[in-house]
Ligand binder design. Structure first.
Ligand code: CA2
Length: 147
């Protein structure tokens, strides 16, 4: 079995399904985890699924992924629009990176149009709700087939 695909989620995503369902959908983060596990399993892969509200914790996990992951899916949430530190951590990762968003930030407020994470990512999946995560896991599995 190859190394797991790390699936990391940033701040406030623990509230998924509880607030703003019209933007982020009705699935909880635990529902999203189950969808990702099922998609990974169908592809013969495993995932490590984590969420943190803390920038430094996310950076520690990104650094961990350098050694322990075959690929990285990240929904950086608000930090995607602000965090040069997360971008720097991602740039040091030598496995494929797929950026993932539930909503389509490009169709929302102007300040969401820039994401630092995109500068380090192989690709971006956004706008499909929980399915964005499933598609991102599939893309990450494809990019890391040999890992
Ligand atoms: O669409 C996405 O996945 C976002 O990464 C979500 C972030 C937002 O800042 C990005 O622009 C796009 C916000 C995450 C907040 O999550 C919540 C979920 C439920 C209720 C309230 C917040």
């Amino acid at each position: 079995m190859s190394k797991p695909i790390y699936v990391l989620s940033g701040p406030n995503l623990n509230l998924l399904g509880v607030r703003e369902p019209e933007i982020y959908g009705y699935e909880t983060l635990d529902d999203v985890r189950k969808l990702c596990e099922a998609r990974a399993s169908a592809l013969g892969r495993e995932i490590v699924f984590r969420q943190s509200n803390h920038e430094g914790v996310l950076i520690d996990w990104i650094q961990e992924a350098r050694e322990k992951a075959s690929a990285l899916v990240i929904n950086p949430a608000g930090y995607g629009h602000t965090s040069v530190a997360i971008l720097d951590a991602l740039k040091a990762v030598n496995v494929p990176i797929v950026e993932c968003h539930l909503s389509n930030p490009a169709a929302r407020e102007t300040f969401r149009r820039k994401t630092y994470v995109s500068l380090a990512a192989n690709g971006l999946v956004s706008g499909f709700g929980a399915a964005s995560y499933e598609l991102a896991v599939e893309a990450a599995a494809g990019l890391s087939r040999q890992a």
